[in-house]
Design a protein around this ligand. Structure first.
Ligand code: ADP
Ligand code: MG
Length: 772
């Protein structure tokens, strides 16, 4: 049933072929117990490995049931080993981290036998070799004889036609050796047993036939079989292919990993470092994004869309982009030793928004549910007289920018008519929010400071500090045109007797009713420090002054300025003058306060719709302050996120490489195990499947551990962030990211393990078995 025809085997050592077998021709019968005798190095193991399909012959032929093996594929050899051959080695070759039962079951796993049947068959064969009481022990808990019995049980569990034993009793004492020999003898009753031994005595005592090898040649055969021609050919033994399912591979690996819990855990933790990094980055950037979104809808949504009288836009963000136009540069730096000229002014457009009646009525028609309020800025100049601390009178110079030493802007400012929004940005330190034309408010900076130039302009003597009461209730007089201006023929000149104006019956008393300070949550300082007045005061003054002498005179003189007696020019127009003296209530600015972020977009499209079909000069250009702020913030956030993600990515790559190396070390460490599995009929595929399944499991655990640790780390991170910016639960990992990270970790680890598992699969089983 087994026939060797002139088998030769050369090993290539240092590039030269070294013969181990020099043409062996033998035939074996079905139920024989054949001993192979020979000195060390005579080629016994080589011959046995070739018969067992572990090693390949260089020339000649091996016939199994009359069928040549010359055209055998790897799969055929795997199936042959798994179904036809049982191997027993001198050094037992048990897988040390598997139990006795699992060791025996391994061959059945590889051939895809179901779990229940697997166990039944393994227990049955272990009972036969007398080890039924030890099935759950590990190999190192057994004696040498017991281990060899396990190895024999493993070899028999697939009910192979041929049992190959390489010095099975070589490591055992003589009593145990005898017991093992008895066992093997009994096995040979119904199958072919070929046993290598150097113990001639034992060979003679137990075997039916002895073959003697010297230097790779048969020198003696006690019972040679006549080679019969036309032997019955049967494919029965060979058509069985081994197959190990992915699930079995996964279970096998899981078992492997469980037997090395500590090591597995350390590997998984090492692999999880990158995942922790990415998970934290994701948590924080998710937190940042939702924080910004919230801020946008909460705070920034309250910021107005502004239409100012003059909007300047720079067509090009910088001179280098200007070069693009000339085809000189695509925005990169220039290497040529050339200096270019460019005109910044020609690149800047100044757009004058015209607040035409059309536009104002268009605004009036806007859906009122979109905005909280619309506030109009008028350019009326108010004439306000203050009583100084010294007892004199002074006109409040509104504009302190004339003073080169002052950084303050204007002393008097109209507050946009949007009380809710302003009070969301400002705290009322004392008094109340102004609600009437004769109520003013004092605005101090975040440090409760007021610039001295403002104090001087208000006629207040400069001191180290003041109480709130020094300001609350302080009153001023606002002087109507007819009191303020004196007619001098065709021109008007401002009066200088402030005391007389102050005490005039027509002077209107206005007083400070509250003190405002920008609050900590405010996104920007909306109001200038100094005195703020309401739009009601503006309306009040326009109503009062529109019929004043100076306004009437100016209306009658459209070309000559009644204040100077000079004709109007482009710097000082009729309209500007009329607005300043309160004769024209046309606004010079509009602030629209949207209800929400979404409604702001609707307002913008409403404004854009106004421009459709209009000439450039008539179009309206608005500015969205919030957009500028949020755009800056989101650029900042994405920059930070990218940098953090890059770091996390690097750590992920590093930990994947680490897992690759750890897998490789494990391959090297388990070389012997790979050899054993191959001798049991494992295909290369099975080996790589087992290692891949192992890396998948490790990658999955790394992902889970990483995500869990990140969730735990988020707790202290959130405590710190809450302390810093007062936002609880800032850093959170959402479910999608968590699952995504676990998948990513699994895939990366699998990829990192592919090379080592490929190496494992390609191991030569003979070489693998030789390693200790
Ligand atoms: P035995 O089992 O009879 O002691 P082996 O079959 O192991 O002998 O070895 C036969 C010869 O082949 C020896 O000279 C041995 O050195 C050589 N040999 C065995 N395996 C290899 C190998 N993988 N590479 C090179 N030479 C080998
Ligand atoms: Mg040997």
């Amino acid at each position: 049933m087994l026939q060797l025809k002139n088998i030769k085997k050369d090993y290539v050592v240092g590039g030269l072929p070294v013969p181990a077998l020099n043409g062996i021709s033998l035939e074996f019968q079905k139920n024989e117990f054949v001993s192979i005798l020979g000195a060390s190095g005579s080629g016994k193991t080589t011959m046995l490995n070739i018969i067992g399909g572990l090693d390949r012959y260089t020339s000649g032929d091996l016939l199994v049931d009359g069928k040549s093996t010359q055209d055998f594929s790897d799969n055929d050899w795997d199936a042959y080993r798994n179904a036809t051959i049982g191997f027993v080695f001198q050094s037992y070759n048990l897988i040390s981290h598997l139990s006795v039962l699992d060791n025996v079951e391994m061959a059945l796993r590889l051939s895809g036998v179901a779990a229940k049947e697997r166990k039944e068959r393994a227990v049955k064969v272990l009972t036969e070799v007398g080890l039924v009481d030890h099935i759950n022990k590990k190999p190192n808990q057994l004696s040498g004889g017991q281990m060899q019995r396990v190895a024999i049980a493993r070899a028999l569990v697939n009910n192979p036609m041929i049992l190959l034993a390489d010095e099975p009793s070589g490591a055992l004492d003589s009593k145990t050796s005898h017991q093992i020999m008895e066992l093997i003898k009994s096995i040979s009753k119904d199958r072919l047993v070929i046993m290598v031994t150097h113990n001639a005595e034992m060979a003679h005592e137990f075997s039916d036939r002895i073959v003697q090898l010297v230097d790779g040649r048969v020198v003696d055969d006690t019972r040679p079989v006549q080679i019969k021609s036309g032997a019955v050919v049967s494919d029965k033994l060979l058509n069985k292919k081994t197959s190990m399912s992915y699930l079995t591979a996964l279970k096998t690996s899981f078992k492997n990993l469980l037997t090395k819990k500590g090591r597995t855990l350390i590997t998984a933790i090492a692999g999880s470092i990158g995942i922790i990094g990415i998970a934290l980055v994701l948590s924080i950037s998710t937190g940042m994004t939702s924080y910004v979104d919230e801020m946008q809808s909460d705070t920034l949504a309250g910021f107005p869309l502004t239409v100012s009288s003059i909007v300047s836009t720079n067509i090009f963000a910088g001179p280098r982009q200007g070069m693009e136009d000339l085809g000189v540069s695509d925005g990169s730096f220039i290497d040529d030793p050339i200096i270019y000229s460019y005109d910044e002014i020609s690149n800047t457009t100044l757009h004058t928004n015209i607040f035409s009646d059309d536009f104002l009525s268009y605004l009036d028609q806007m859906d009122t549910t979109l905005y909280n309020s619309i506030s109009y800025t008028r350019s009326i100049s108010l004439n306000i007289i203050a009583e100084t601390s010294a007892g004199g009178y002074t006109k409040i110079i509104s504009d302190t920018s004339m003073n080169p030493f002052s950084s303050a802007g204007t002393v008097l400012n109209e507050i946009p008519n949007s009380p809710e929004f302003i009070q969301s940005q400002y705290d009322i330190l004392a008094g109340q929010y102004p609600v009437a034309y004769n109520q003013l408010v004092l605005i101090v900076d975040s440090q409760n400071q007021l610039d001295v130039s403002i104090l001087e302009a208000l006629g207040i003597s400069v001191e180290e500090n003041y109480t709130f009461d020094d300001f609350i209730g302080k009153s001023f007089k606002i002087i109507p045109n007819d009191v303020y201006f004196n007619s001098l023929g065709s021109t008007f000149i401002p009066g200088t007797d402030y005391e007389a104006m102050y005490t005039d019956a027509d002077a209107v008393t206005i007083s400070i009713v509250g003190i405002l300070r920008v609050n900590e949550d405010a996104s920007t300082e909306l109001l200038s420090t100094g005195i703020g007045y309401t739009t009601y005061l503006t309306d009040y003054m326009i109503a009062m002054d529109s019929t004043s002498d100076i306004v009437v005179a100016q209306e009658a003189s459209p070309t000559v300025n009644v204040l100077t007696g000079l004709p109007f020019n482009t710097q000082l127009t009729y309209d500007m003058t009329m607005r300043a003296i309160g004769g024209d209530s046309t606004p010079t600015g509009v602030q629209i306060y949207p209800v929400s972020f979404d409604s702001k977009d609707e307002i913008k499209s409403y404004l854009d719709a106004y421009n459709v079909g209009l000439d450039e000069v008539d179009t309206i250009v608005y500015t969205d302050l919030a957009e500028t702020i949020s755009a800056t913030i989101s650029t900042l956030i994405s920059t930070i996120t990218i940098i953090l993600a890059a770091f996390a990515g690097i750590s992920l790559v590093v930990s994947s490489i680490m897992i690759g190396i750890i897998t490789y070390v494990s391959v090297v460490e388990r070389t012997k195990e790979i050899g054993i599995m191959r001798s049991l009929g494992a295909r290369k595929k099975d080996i790589s499947r087992i290692f891949n399944a192992e890396t998948v499991l490790i990658g999955f655990s790394s992902g889970v551990i990483g995500v869990l640790i990140a969730i735990l780390l988020n707790i202290p991170v959130n405590i710190i962030i809450n302390r810093l910016i007062g936002v609880p639960g800032f850093s959170t990992l959402n479910l999608t990211s968590a699952i995504g990270l676990i998948v990513l970790s699994t895939i990366l680890t699998l990829v990192a393990g592919l090379v080592p598992s490929g190496i494992a699969a390609r191991r030569d089983p003979v070489v693998a078995l030789r390693t200790e």
